[in-house]
Design a protein around this ligand. Structure first.
Ligand code: 9MR
Length: 755
């Protein structure tokens, strides 16, 4: 060990008393070094080397790394038999240098045996002069088979890596983490509609009402009033007041709201931001496309080679085999959207996202404020723009073609069913361009849920594409019918909850809602009696389905109910269906009114769910649909107001949409928008929604920082936090759906006459 110039790079920025509860280190816990011989003074034992030539140089362990390996884990050094204790915090630190400058090391703490899970990882960029690195994380597991590894592969060129002072210290206190929440006046940092509601939340210790004022951009006063004290908000644990400045209707930019000596982040009053956001949110899908090169002129900064077309190092999606024992054929499953920050493609999740984009379009055809031109041909800058087809249908077609390819072919025992998913054999690290993924791709077993998902979306597609591409519409309807028959023949084939290696499990063992949804879409497209009967006989047709959490990929009954309520049909109880949506909306409206942050979301036990942001948006969609049904302004206002939380009126004082709002999420967990790890990559595109607060904090990064977090605080905008900060196709579709509704309100109450 030597003295050298070092910069301590700690992961957490601000160390101070946390807003979240930080548990004390267990009484009597002592700091214990878990690594043997981290200083390399005389020997390299017991460190192993894999794919590199290691040597001791100047008291450091060095490795000559060959160029041309495909994966980070193809070359590296490490140490096994590290015992990790679940819930215990560890300080992982080391010195490292790399020659020449700019190479990266993926430093992990994980499992030394299959399935080689990673519990903590970082990928710092190294310099010739060297740095010291230190991180704190909490182990999510108990294992005697832990491993510390420094993965060095994946570079086209040879380089030299050296390290020293490697340490994994157990018994350390969890890192105190305090988010930078800025001014205590919380507003929608993007904008309020001129004729819409304008609410804000003030965090303060004061119990009595306070004066507020809205300031114009030039500092003059635009409006004044008094706050309403609301007491302690359970979703944040804060004492709060609410502010209503709805009387201010004058459009403008750069307003701020002041109260209790604090000045909010700036906001606009106008519709322009929503018109842009509804388009940006839909443009997100093009850069998620698999199997096609992304053209830089269409998305400056996001151009990249096609992924998974069998060009090395990809093993490709052109002829994908099943997992061993599942099937003996291969399928061409090229195309579609990557699910999220990973390279997997999952029918149930792609399906609900497809439905939501199609429903955004379908709403524009039927709703009183619908404006189909907003996502029409030429609006989204996709390769198909200019083909006379609405761009939103072009984008969704990319996924639909993939979904159809996931159907089991004729002649096979499960013909008509859909494979649940296709993804890598093993999880890959970050960052990793789709074209650089060298993993084997595998089809997983067909499932009833995926099959019904395909039936629903293909049936919906059949009615919407008919005017533009009747042949595709007919093909989609035929596939939907086959899927329906396949699901009826195999009504209980469930994806396994343990099938989560290399891709998400997306397990769902209740498919009564998927049967309902598929029947509903087939009925709305064909009007046929058999599907009408299946709708009316469904056990989920009559019960209340609008629970606190909001619908999602596994709870799809709302997709059926909302479409049955709004797409014209002769369903005998259509009136009751419409009332059921209104009743659901009334409850969400009551939740929103009672909530001092104005959120239509109050999950049981204040437990924010995985992807809470999209669930909040989905509850808002139900309210918005009640407006479309009734025209009652209370629903329109509440739906519009729900956007405030997403765009900054929240405990963290941040917008969860990349590029929107002064402080916004932009480090979402992503393999090819991984700017936080690789400065040569971009951040996610503007208009990308982060998953949002998740009380279960499943990933080790937040486990080390957010133990005991309260609702809204269970979130960090860091690329390592896959459980609070990923982006996904099924979350952005909720953003598309709601921002499209809000953008359409610029001409409320009735736009159709003006079209
Ligand atoms: O959003 C999904 C969540 O509802 C599930 O509980 C979880 C486990 O199956 O998976 C989440 O989805 C992730 C998927 O598994 C893999 N791609 C990224 C998804 C978002 O984090």
């Amino acid at each position: 060990m030597k003295q050298r110039r070092t910069t301590l790079l700690a992961m957490a920025g601000l160390l101070a008393a946390g807003l979240t509860t930080i548990p004390a280190a267990p009484a009597g816990a002592e700091e214990t070094e878990l690594l043997k011989n981290g200083t390399f003074d005389a020997t390299a034992d017991p460190w192993w080397a894999n794919g590199v030539t290691a040597d001791l140089a100047d008291g450091r362990l060095c490795a000559d790394v060959p160029g041309g390996t495909a994966n980070t884990w193809d070359a590296g050094i490490g140490q096994n038999n590290v015992a990790l204790v679940k819930g215990e915090s560890y300080r992982f630190s080391f010195y490292a240098d790399g020659t020449p400058d700019g190479h990266k090391v993926r430093a992990i703490v994980g499992l030394s045996a299959a399935p080689y899970d990673t519990y903590f990882e970082v990928t710092p960029q190294l310099s010739v002069s060297g740095n010291s690195y230190a991180y704190t994380f909490t182990s999510p597991v108990d294992t005697p088979q832990g491993q510390v590894a420094f993965q060095l592969g994946g570079s086209p060129d040879a380089w030299r890596f050296c390290m020293d002072d490697a340490s994994l210290l157990g018994g350390v206190p969890p890192e105190a983490y305090e988010p930078d929440t800025g001014p205590r006046v919380r507003v929608n940092q993007v904008g309020y509609l001129p004729d819409g509601p304008k609410k804000a939340t003030l965090v303060t210790d004061k119990r009595t009402k306070l004066r507020w004022q809205v300031n114009n951009a030039d500092g003059t006063v635009a409006a004044r009033g008094q706050t309403v004290p609301r007491g302690i908000d359970p979703s944040s644990g804060q004492n709060v007041h609410t502010i209503d400045f709805g009387a201010l209707r004058k459009p403008g930019q750069g307003f701020t709201l002041s109260a209790d000596g604090q000045h909010s982040r700036p906001f606009d009053i106008g519709t322009a931001a929503y018109e842009k956001l509804s388009v940006d949110a839909a443009k997100y899908y093009y850069t998620q496309r698999s199997g096609i090169a992304i053209r830089d002129e269409l998305r400056p900064g996001y151009g990249r080679p096609a992924g998974h077309l069998d060009a090395a190092p990809n093993q490709g999606d052109r002829a994908v085999p099943c997992q061993p024992g599942v099937c003996d054929y291969t399928l061409d499953v090229t195309g579609g959207w990557y699910d999220a920050g990973d390279h997997g493609k999952y029918v149930v999740n792609g399906g609900i996202a497809t439905w939501e984009l199609l429903s955004t379009y379908e709403r524009s055809l039927h709703a009183r404020t619908g404006q189909p031109a907003r996502l029409g041909d030429g609006t989204l800058a996709v390769p198909e723009s200019g083909n006379g087809v609405p761009d939103v249908l072009d984008e969704t077609r990319w996924e639909l073609d993939f979904l159809l390819k996931m159907q089991v072919p004729e002649g096979q025992p499960l013909a008509g069913m859909a494979h649940h998913k296709i993804h890598d054999e093993k999880w890959t690290g970050l960052p990793l361009l789709p074209s650089a993924d060298a993993q084997k791709r595998e089809l997983h077993a067909p499932s009833t849920a995926a099959t019904l998902n395909l039936a629903a979306t293909a049936a919906q597609a059949a009615r919407l594409y008919r005017p533009y591409d009747p042949a595709f519409a007919a093909k989609a309807l035929q596939a939907a019918r086959k899927a329906w028959v396949g699901a009826l023949a195999h009504p209980e084939m469930y994806a396994s909850a343990s099938d989560g290696i290399g891709g998400g499990a997306y397990a769902d063992d209740n498919v009564s809602d998927e049967f309902y949804w598929a029947a509903a879409e087939l009925y709305l497209t064909t009007g046929e009696k058999t599907f009408e009967d299946s709708v009316l006989d469904s056990p989920v047709h009559r019960p209340d389905i609008f629970g606190p959490l909001g619908y999602d990929w596994s709870r799809t009954a709302a997709a059926a109910r909302l479409d049955l309520a709004t797409v014209p049909s002769r369903l005998p109880d259509r009136r009751e269906v419409r009332w059921s949506v209104i009743n659901g909306a009334d409850r969400y409206l009551a939740t929103l009114k009672a909530h001092p942050y104005g959120i239509p979301y109050a999950p049981d036990g204040n437990r924010y769910d995985w992807g809470s942001n999209h669930q909040i948006l989905h509850n808002a969609v139900v309210i918005a649909t009640a407006y479309d049904i009734t025209g009652a302004s209370k629903y329109r206002d509440a739906a519009v107001q729900s956007m405030d939380y997403i765009l900054g009126r929240n405990a963290l004082n941040m917008s969860y949409v990349t590029g929107y709002g002064e402080a916004n999420s932009h480090n979402q967990h992503a393999r090819w928008y991984a700017h936080q790890l690789d400065p040569s990559q971009p951040n996610p595109p503007v208009g990308t929604l982060a998953g949002g607060p998740n009380s279960s904090i499943q990933d080790p990064f937040v486990q080390g920082k957010l133990q005991g977090c309260t609702g809204q605080f269970c979130y960090i905008d860091d690329i390592q936090s896959w459980s609070t900060n990923e982006h996904t196709v099924n979350w952005n579709s909720a953003l598309v759906r709601m921002t499209s509704f809000v953008a359409d309100q610029g001409c409320a109450p009735r736009c159709r006459a003006t079209r």
